[in-house]
Write a protein that binds this ligand. Structure first.
Ligand code: ADP
Length: 316
């Protein structure tokens, strides 16, 4: 398997003369990647190009090392796609729909049925699988689309809004399944969503598109680390004594929310000094958390940067 699951080199796509993607260059490694962007940013256009459904105006793109236009049939065998919109055949039952998706990927009828049941079990679909799909709730429709995208055991999954419309329990279950596929089965997953906490929860890497441009393409861990690191400490006991003990060790104390002592730095030496100061000040450490940039702040900044770079040509 190539190191990079997706490679984009100067990809531009114009509809008539309107550039929906503008000179997009990036690489996406194996793992879980969140694809973010406001409406009209070019996410669907990019996904269609990756699936070989749309031809880029210029540039080069590969998926799993295969050229998206020349090798689109091979790519489809190795990629599963869960669209945002419903995609079922009315009058069929859930299990028949998933079996049909497996048949489209050339599995023999009996094997397709066996596999459909296996995947529906994984998706937590019970007896509802035997009902016709028109009767399904939003949660069951999402499970069905997810199962259809997964039934041929693809190496890469592209999921468009997989948790949209789900209640908190169903959403949790969907994110857990994504985690199992990525960590337990080595699948790579590209998740396109507006729900930033979902991306924060499951992604290794984040790509932010805005106004047809890539604004950010980096690991979430790197992005989340602030330029000036700090550690948030909550203690039981006298915060004043704790502060004094930190100061006497030369630690920098920064302003922070009430009840929290914010200590400059997050290195192992800094953490050691925090524990020593807690012992010296006779306080118990209740929590100790390195400060992190929120994905929301990163997202808003990235959109602003890209919109400025593009002269404000985003349509939302
Ligand atoms: P997103 O999925 O991020 O909302 P899209 O890729 O759907 O963005 O759209 C990117 C831009 O391209 C938008 O401004 C949209 O209006 C435009 N666009 C998308 N599809 C077409 C099309 N078939 N013809 C003309 N313009 C389009």
């Amino acid at each position: 398997m190539p190191n990079q699951i997706i490679e984009l080199e100067a990809v531009t796509k114009s509809y008539q003369r309107f550039p929906a993607l503008h000179d997009v260059t990036t690489t996406i490694p194996a793992g879980v990647t969140g694809l973010l962007g406001p409406n009209g940013a070019g996410k669907s256009t990019l996904i269609k190009i990756l699936l070989g459904l749309l031809k880029a105006t210029s540039g080069r793109a590969t998926v799993l090392g295969l050229d998206v236009w020349r090798d689109s049939m091979s790519i489809r065998q190795q990629v599963g796609y869960m669209p945002e919109d419903d995609c079922y055949l009315p009058t069929l039952s859930g299990v028949e729909c998933v079996q049909f998706a497996a048949r489209l990927n050339c599995l023999p009828p009996l094997e397709a049925l066996r596999r459909a049941h296996e995947i529906l079990d994984f998706c937590g679909a019970g007896q509802e699988r035997y009902r016709t799909v028109e009767t399904y709730s939003t949660g069951m429709r999402q499970k069905l689309k997810f199962a259809q995208s997964l039934v041929h055991d693809p190496q890469l999954l592209i999921l468009d809004e997989p948790t949209a419309g789900l209640d908190p329990d169903e959403r949790e279950a969907m994110l857990n399944r994504i985690g199992v596929l990525a960590r337990g089965h080595g699948k790579s997953i590209l998740i396109c969503t507006h729900i930033l906490p979902d991306v924060q929860r499951v992604s290794d890497q984040v790509v932010i598109l805005a106004a047809g441009r890539i604004s950010v393409s980096r690991s979430l861990a790197e992005l989340s680390r602030p330029l000036t690191p700090s550690t948030h400490v909550r203690v039981i006991g006298s915060a004043e004594r704790f502060r004094d003990a930190l100061s006497s060790r030369g630690m920098r104390i920064e302003p922070g929310p009430p009840g929290t002592v914010v200590v400059g730095g997050d290195s192992p030496e800094c953490l050691q000094a925090i524990w020593q100061a807690a012992a010296e000040g006779d306080v118990m450490v209740r929590s100790l958390t390195p400060a992190r940039n929120s994905l929301e702040t990163i997202f808003l900044q990235a959109v602003e940067d890209a919109t400025r770079a593009g002269g404000g040509d985003a349509d939302s």
